[in-house]
Design a protein around this ligand. Structure first.
Ligand code: C5P
Length: 218
């Protein structure tokens, strides 16, 4: 089955002056591996990525962004025609409430930066989804991995969530290997890996293809 998918990857940056930002250690490896695996499976791929240092996967439409607001706008523009959304991006959960127009001068004093929540991109897209679209989220957890991921599956209106532990030595950020626990509707549960991200990515694309086909047939 040839599907059109929209994949988000990497971190976002949220600036409080022109040269300083808050972000997270996401490298985009998992999202890029998924883009390559989806392409390999014959899917049409739109890849929206925050700042990463990875080569663009061949044969995909690539949309680089920096902030969560830019990622939201770009994902929103591409969401309509997609069959599958895979939201691997580690979107910043907060952003500075104000950004100084010029570089802030240091004066030897401490500083407090007020943060405001960043709107949840995947939840917003889930609200405008068509019933035939398939939405996949990622949950990076440091504790109670499955319980927290199941809560996100429900709360964000997803069809499938790929949970991984980012605690300690098992951590997924920047690593070449990953282990994912897939949790879906009606008690669906499947464990992928631990294995190189390229292998896990192919298995995840395969699992999505099976779930989409099963839903279409029901
Ligand atoms: O709540 P948490 O950030 O752990 O949820 C992770 C999932 O939600 C990921 O799929 C992530 O891409 C998505 N997300 C989002 N917009 C945000 C924060 C997270 O779409 N502002």
């Amino acid at each position: 089955m040839s599907l059109r998918c929209l994949i988000t990857a990497g971190p976002t940056r949220e600036f409080f002056d022109p040269v300083r930002f808050i972000s997270n250690p996401s490298t985009g490896k998992m999202g890029f591996a998924l883009a390559a695996a989806a392409k390999e499976a014959g899917w049409t791929v739109d890849l929206v990525a925050g700042p990463v240092s990875l080569p663009e996967p061949a044969g995909v439409m690539y949309y680089p962004v920096v902030t969560a607001a830019e990622m939201h706008r770009q994902a929103d523009a591409l969401f309509g025609p997609c069959d599958v959304l895979i939201m691997t991006a580690a979107v910043s959960d907060w952003r500075p409430a104000k950004a100084a127009p010029q570089k802030l001068k240091k004066d030897g004093q401490g500083m407090t930066v007020a943060l405001e929540p960043v709107p949840d991109i995947v939840s917003a897209l889930a609200e405008e989804r068509r019933a035939d679209q398939f939405l996949v989220g990622f949950a990076a957890e440091t504790e109670d991995v499955e319980a927290n991921a199941l809560d996100k599956l429900e709360r964000k209106g997803l069809d499938l969530i790929a949970a991984n532990s980012v605690a300690g030595a098992e951590g997924a950020f920047g690593s070449d290997d990953n282990k994912l626990i897939l949790l879906g509707r009606n008690g669906f549960r499947e464990v992928l890996g631990p294995a190189p991200k390229a292998v896990v990515a192919r298995q995840l694309i395969d699992a999505i293809a099976r779930l989409v086909a099963a839903r279409a047939a029901s």
